[in-house]
Ligand binder design. Structure first.
Ligand SMILES: Nc1nc2c(c(=O)[nH]1)N[C@H]1C(S)=C(S)[C@@H](COP(=O)(O)O)O[C@H]1N2
Ligand SMILES: [Mo]
Length: 299
Protein backbone atom coordinates (compact mmCIF):
# COMPACT_ATOMS: atom_id res chain seq x y z
CA UNK A 1 0.00 0.00 0.00
CA UNK A 2 2.29 2.76 -1.23
CA UNK A 3 1.12 6.23 -0.34
CA UNK A 4 2.27 9.16 -2.38
CA UNK A 5 2.29 12.80 -1.42
CA UNK A 6 1.95 15.79 -3.69
CA UNK A 7 5.18 17.29 -2.49
CA UNK A 8 7.50 14.37 -2.97
CA UNK A 9 8.49 12.74 -6.17
CA UNK A 10 9.41 9.20 -6.78
CA UNK A 11 12.70 8.58 -8.47
CA UNK A 12 10.90 7.23 -11.49
CA UNK A 13 9.18 10.59 -11.87
CA UNK A 14 12.54 12.22 -12.17
CA UNK A 15 14.79 9.80 -13.94
CA UNK A 16 14.93 6.25 -15.25
CA UNK A 17 16.45 3.87 -12.72
CA UNK A 18 19.28 2.84 -15.06
CA UNK A 19 20.42 6.44 -15.16
CA UNK A 20 21.48 6.60 -11.48
CA UNK A 21 25.09 6.19 -12.41
CA UNK A 22 24.80 8.71 -15.22
CA UNK A 23 23.69 11.59 -13.08
CA UNK A 24 26.34 13.96 -14.37
CA UNK A 25 25.25 13.30 -17.93
CA UNK A 26 21.63 13.75 -16.93
CA UNK A 27 22.29 17.04 -15.20
CA UNK A 28 24.01 18.11 -18.40
CA UNK A 29 21.00 17.10 -20.46
CA UNK A 30 18.57 18.82 -18.08
CA UNK A 31 20.70 21.94 -18.23
CA UNK A 32 20.66 21.94 -22.02
CA UNK A 33 16.88 21.46 -22.03
CA UNK A 34 16.54 24.33 -19.60
CA UNK A 35 18.50 26.61 -21.87
CA UNK A 36 16.03 25.82 -24.62
CA UNK A 37 12.97 25.70 -22.37
CA UNK A 38 13.66 28.98 -20.60
CA UNK A 39 13.80 30.15 -17.01
CA UNK A 40 10.78 28.26 -15.66
CA UNK A 41 12.19 24.94 -16.80
CA UNK A 42 15.57 25.81 -15.32
CA UNK A 43 14.08 26.56 -11.92
CA UNK A 44 12.08 23.33 -11.94
CA UNK A 45 14.97 21.16 -13.01
CA UNK A 46 17.22 22.69 -10.41
CA UNK A 47 14.70 22.09 -7.63
CA UNK A 48 13.86 18.52 -8.52
CA UNK A 49 17.13 17.01 -9.63
CA UNK A 50 18.30 14.52 -6.98
CA UNK A 51 21.90 14.75 -5.87
CA UNK A 52 24.19 11.92 -6.86
CA UNK A 53 24.82 8.98 -4.51
CA UNK A 54 28.42 10.19 -4.41
CA UNK A 55 27.42 13.69 -3.29
CA UNK A 56 24.95 12.43 -0.68
CA UNK A 57 27.52 10.08 0.85
CA UNK A 58 30.66 12.24 0.73
CA UNK A 59 29.46 15.62 2.07
CA UNK A 60 27.90 15.02 5.49
CA UNK A 61 27.30 16.33 8.96
CA UNK A 62 27.72 13.59 11.56
CA UNK A 63 29.74 15.12 14.38
CA UNK A 64 30.16 11.76 16.12
CA UNK A 65 32.77 11.13 13.40
CA UNK A 66 34.26 14.63 13.36
CA UNK A 67 33.19 18.11 12.34
CA UNK A 68 34.58 18.08 8.79
CA UNK A 69 32.26 17.38 5.88
CA UNK A 70 34.37 14.39 4.77
CA UNK A 71 34.98 12.99 8.30
CA UNK A 72 31.80 10.86 8.28
CA UNK A 73 32.71 9.23 4.96
CA UNK A 74 36.27 8.68 6.20
CA UNK A 75 35.43 7.24 9.63
CA UNK A 76 31.91 5.83 9.71
CA UNK A 77 33.07 2.43 8.45
CA UNK A 78 34.17 1.82 12.06
CA UNK A 79 30.57 1.72 13.25
CA UNK A 80 29.06 -1.74 13.73
CA UNK A 81 25.35 -1.71 12.95
CA UNK A 82 24.35 -5.33 13.50
CA UNK A 83 22.77 -6.29 15.76
CA UNK A 84 20.80 -3.07 16.22
CA UNK A 85 17.71 -2.35 18.22
CA UNK A 86 15.74 0.72 19.13
CA UNK A 87 14.39 1.11 22.64
CA UNK A 88 10.95 2.69 22.57
CA UNK A 89 9.90 3.80 26.02
CA UNK A 90 8.22 6.46 28.10
CA UNK A 91 4.51 7.13 27.58
CA UNK A 92 3.73 4.06 25.45
CA UNK A 93 1.62 0.94 26.02
CA UNK A 94 4.33 -1.55 25.01
CA UNK A 95 7.78 -0.24 25.83
CA UNK A 96 10.70 -2.41 24.81
CA UNK A 97 13.68 -3.07 22.58
CA UNK A 98 12.56 -3.37 18.97
CA UNK A 99 15.09 -5.10 16.69
CA UNK A 100 15.87 -3.02 13.61
CA UNK A 101 15.39 -6.00 11.26
CA UNK A 102 11.98 -6.77 12.78
CA UNK A 103 10.90 -3.15 12.44
CA UNK A 104 11.92 -2.95 8.79
CA UNK A 105 10.26 -6.28 7.98
CA UNK A 106 6.93 -4.98 9.32
CA UNK A 107 7.01 -1.62 7.60
CA UNK A 108 5.75 -0.44 4.26
CA UNK A 109 9.00 0.80 2.67
CA UNK A 110 8.45 3.62 0.20
CA UNK A 111 10.57 6.05 -1.71
CA UNK A 112 10.46 9.74 -0.79
CA UNK A 113 12.48 12.32 -2.65
CA UNK A 114 12.93 15.20 -0.24
CA UNK A 115 14.89 18.41 -0.15
CA UNK A 116 17.30 18.55 2.83
CA UNK A 117 18.12 22.08 3.97
CA UNK A 118 21.01 22.41 6.44
CA UNK A 119 21.03 25.42 8.77
CA UNK A 120 24.49 26.12 7.30
CA UNK A 121 22.61 27.18 4.12
CA UNK A 122 23.49 24.31 1.82
CA UNK A 123 20.94 21.86 0.52
CA UNK A 124 20.54 18.62 -1.36
CA UNK A 125 17.75 16.56 -2.89
CA UNK A 126 17.83 13.01 -1.55
CA UNK A 127 15.89 9.94 -2.70
CA UNK A 128 15.27 8.16 0.60
CA UNK A 129 13.68 4.79 1.26
CA UNK A 130 11.83 4.56 4.52
CA UNK A 131 8.51 4.42 6.35
CA UNK A 132 6.38 6.84 8.25
CA UNK A 133 7.48 7.43 11.82
CA UNK A 134 3.81 7.26 12.82
CA UNK A 135 3.78 3.58 11.83
CA UNK A 136 6.73 2.83 14.10
CA UNK A 137 5.22 4.73 17.02
CA UNK A 138 1.99 2.79 16.50
CA UNK A 139 3.89 -0.46 17.27
CA UNK A 140 4.54 0.83 20.78
CA UNK A 141 1.17 2.57 21.21
CA UNK A 142 1.65 6.18 22.38
CA UNK A 143 -0.47 7.03 25.42
CA UNK A 144 -2.82 10.02 25.13
CA UNK A 145 -0.61 12.02 27.53
CA UNK A 146 2.39 11.81 25.18
CA UNK A 147 3.05 15.32 23.85
CA UNK A 148 6.64 15.05 22.59
CA UNK A 149 9.00 12.48 21.13
CA UNK A 150 12.69 12.41 22.06
CA UNK A 151 15.26 10.65 19.86
CA UNK A 152 18.74 9.54 20.82
CA UNK A 153 21.75 8.51 18.71
CA UNK A 154 24.09 5.68 19.68
CA UNK A 155 26.76 6.51 22.29
CA UNK A 156 29.84 4.46 21.46
CA UNK A 157 33.07 6.48 21.57
CA UNK A 158 35.17 3.40 20.66
CA UNK A 159 33.60 3.47 17.21
CA UNK A 160 32.67 7.13 16.95
CA UNK A 161 35.89 9.10 17.36
CA UNK A 162 34.15 12.50 17.58
CA UNK A 163 32.50 11.35 20.82
CA UNK A 164 35.93 11.34 22.50
CA UNK A 165 35.77 15.14 22.36
CA UNK A 166 33.25 17.44 24.05
CA UNK A 167 32.18 19.01 20.74
CA UNK A 168 28.57 18.41 21.73
CA UNK A 169 26.88 17.00 24.80
CA UNK A 170 26.78 13.31 23.76
CA UNK A 171 24.69 11.39 22.99
CA UNK A 172 23.06 13.50 20.27
CA UNK A 173 19.42 14.15 21.18
CA UNK A 174 16.61 15.57 19.08
CA UNK A 175 12.90 16.00 19.58
CA UNK A 176 9.58 16.70 17.93
CA UNK A 177 6.14 17.61 19.12
CA UNK A 178 3.85 14.58 18.84
CA UNK A 179 1.84 16.08 15.96
CA UNK A 180 5.06 16.79 14.04
CA UNK A 181 6.20 13.23 14.71
CA UNK A 182 2.88 11.83 13.46
CA UNK A 183 2.80 13.96 10.32
CA UNK A 184 2.90 11.79 7.17
CA UNK A 185 5.93 13.68 5.81
CA UNK A 186 8.01 12.59 8.83
CA UNK A 187 9.87 9.38 8.04
CA UNK A 188 12.38 6.96 9.42
CA UNK A 189 14.76 6.48 6.51
CA UNK A 190 16.35 3.09 5.92
CA UNK A 191 18.14 3.67 2.62
CA UNK A 192 19.20 5.95 -0.22
CA UNK A 193 18.99 5.12 -3.94
CA UNK A 194 17.71 1.63 -3.04
CA UNK A 195 20.92 0.91 -1.09
CA UNK A 196 20.79 0.22 2.67
CA UNK A 197 21.46 3.43 4.60
CA UNK A 198 25.17 4.30 4.29
CA UNK A 199 26.82 4.59 7.70
CA UNK A 200 27.78 8.24 7.15
CA UNK A 201 24.10 9.02 6.51
CA UNK A 202 22.88 7.40 9.74
CA UNK A 203 22.66 3.62 9.39
CA UNK A 204 20.68 1.63 10.04
CA UNK A 205 17.83 4.09 10.56
CA UNK A 206 17.56 7.86 10.88
CA UNK A 207 14.84 10.45 11.13
CA UNK A 208 14.01 12.72 8.17
CA UNK A 209 11.83 15.78 8.81
CA UNK A 210 12.01 17.62 5.50
CA UNK A 211 10.49 20.96 6.56
CA UNK A 212 13.01 21.47 9.37
CA UNK A 213 16.72 22.27 9.31
CA UNK A 214 18.88 19.19 8.82
CA UNK A 215 20.07 18.98 12.43
CA UNK A 216 16.58 17.81 13.48
CA UNK A 217 16.99 14.72 11.26
CA UNK A 218 18.93 12.68 13.82
CA UNK A 219 20.99 9.71 12.64
CA UNK A 220 21.63 6.15 13.87
CA UNK A 221 18.79 6.16 16.39
CA UNK A 222 18.88 3.78 19.39
CA UNK A 223 16.15 5.21 21.58
CA UNK A 224 12.79 6.89 21.13
CA UNK A 225 11.06 8.20 24.26
CA UNK A 226 7.51 9.53 24.37
CA UNK A 227 7.20 12.25 27.00
CA UNK A 228 4.94 15.01 28.28
CA UNK A 229 7.74 17.59 28.42
CA UNK A 230 9.70 19.25 25.62
CA UNK A 231 13.00 17.40 25.16
CA UNK A 232 16.27 19.21 25.79
CA UNK A 233 17.90 18.88 22.40
CA UNK A 234 21.63 18.82 21.72
CA UNK A 235 22.01 21.87 19.47
CA UNK A 236 19.60 23.88 21.59
CA UNK A 237 21.69 23.06 24.67
CA UNK A 238 24.85 24.07 22.78
CA UNK A 239 23.50 27.47 21.65
CA UNK A 240 19.86 28.21 22.46
CA UNK A 241 19.91 31.58 20.68
CA UNK A 242 21.00 29.93 17.43
CA UNK A 243 19.17 26.61 17.31
CA UNK A 244 15.56 26.62 18.41
CA UNK A 245 13.53 23.55 19.30
CA UNK A 246 11.26 23.98 16.28
CA UNK A 247 13.96 24.76 13.69
CA UNK A 248 11.45 25.01 10.88
CA UNK A 249 13.12 26.18 7.67
CA UNK A 250 12.24 29.88 7.61
CA UNK A 251 13.75 32.38 5.17
CA UNK A 252 12.55 35.25 7.41
CA UNK A 253 14.61 34.28 10.47
CA UNK A 254 18.32 34.58 9.90
CA UNK A 255 21.03 32.81 11.86
CA UNK A 256 23.98 34.78 13.29
CA UNK A 257 26.34 33.08 10.83
CA UNK A 258 24.18 32.09 7.88
CA UNK A 259 21.58 34.08 5.99
CA UNK A 260 18.55 31.86 5.63
CA UNK A 261 16.75 33.39 2.65
CA UNK A 262 18.90 31.62 0.07
CA UNK A 263 20.84 28.36 -0.10
CA UNK A 264 23.56 26.66 -2.11
CA UNK A 265 22.44 23.42 -3.73
CA UNK A 266 25.37 21.02 -3.36
CA UNK A 267 26.65 19.91 -6.78
CA UNK A 268 24.33 22.32 -8.58
CA UNK A 269 25.85 21.56 -11.97
CA UNK A 270 25.26 24.17 -14.64
CA UNK A 271 22.95 26.17 -12.37
CA UNK A 272 25.07 26.47 -9.26
CA UNK A 273 23.97 29.97 -8.23
CA UNK A 274 22.15 30.32 -4.91
CA UNK A 275 18.47 29.48 -4.94
CA UNK A 276 15.70 30.89 -2.79
CA UNK A 277 14.96 29.13 0.49
CA UNK A 278 11.25 28.46 0.88
CA UNK A 279 9.16 28.64 4.06
CA UNK A 280 8.97 25.13 5.54
CA UNK A 281 11.51 24.18 2.84
CA UNK A 282 8.57 24.27 0.42
CA UNK A 283 6.46 21.72 2.36
CA UNK A 284 3.50 24.07 2.87
CA UNK A 285 1.19 21.27 3.97
CA UNK A 286 2.71 21.43 7.46
CA UNK A 287 1.74 25.10 7.99
CA UNK A 288 -1.42 24.10 9.90
CA UNK A 289 0.71 22.51 12.64
CA UNK A 290 1.78 26.01 13.63
CA UNK A 291 -1.50 27.91 13.42
CA UNK A 292 -1.49 30.73 15.94
CA UNK A 293 2.23 30.41 16.72
CA UNK A 294 4.74 33.20 16.18
CA UNK A 295 7.40 31.37 14.18
CA UNK A 296 9.93 34.17 14.63
CA UNK A 297 9.72 33.75 18.42
CA UNK A 298 9.47 29.96 18.16
CA UNK A 299 12.33 29.54 15.68
N1 LIG B 1 23.53 11.92 15.34
C1 LIG B 1 23.65 12.94 14.50
N2 LIG B 1 22.64 13.21 13.64
C2 LIG B 1 22.76 14.25 12.78
C3 LIG B 1 23.91 15.08 12.79
C4 LIG B 1 24.96 14.76 13.71
O1 LIG B 1 26.01 15.43 13.80
N3 LIG B 1 24.80 13.68 14.53
N4 LIG B 1 23.98 16.17 11.94
C5 LIG B 1 22.70 16.72 11.48
C6 LIG B 1 22.85 17.74 10.45
S1 LIG B 1 23.45 19.24 10.97
C7 LIG B 1 22.46 17.54 9.16
S2 LIG B 1 22.48 18.81 8.03
C8 LIG B 1 22.04 16.21 8.67
C9 LIG B 1 22.90 15.80 7.50
O2 LIG B 1 22.46 14.59 6.95
P1 LIG B 1 23.28 13.91 5.76
O3 LIG B 1 24.72 13.90 6.16
O4 LIG B 1 22.70 12.56 5.58
O5 LIG B 1 23.06 14.80 4.55
O6 LIG B 1 22.15 15.21 9.68
C10 LIG B 1 21.76 15.62 10.99
N5 LIG B 1 21.75 14.49 11.90
MO1 LIG C 1 22.93 20.72 9.34
Amino acid sequence: MARRWTNDLTLSDVTPKQAYLNRRQLIGAAGAMSLIGGAAAAATDETLEPNTFEEITSYNNFYEFGTGKTDPADHAHQLTIAPWSIRIDGLVDTPGDYAADDIIAQMDIEERIYRLRCVEAWSMVIPWQGFELADLLALAGPKPEARFVEFQTLLRPEEMPGQKFPILDWPYIEGLRIDEAMHPLTIMATGIYDEPMPKQNGAPMRLVVPWKYGFKSIKSIVRITLTDTQPRTTWNKAAAAEYGFYANVNPNVSHPRWRQDTERRVGGGLFSSRIDTLMFNGYDEVAGLYDGMDLEQNF
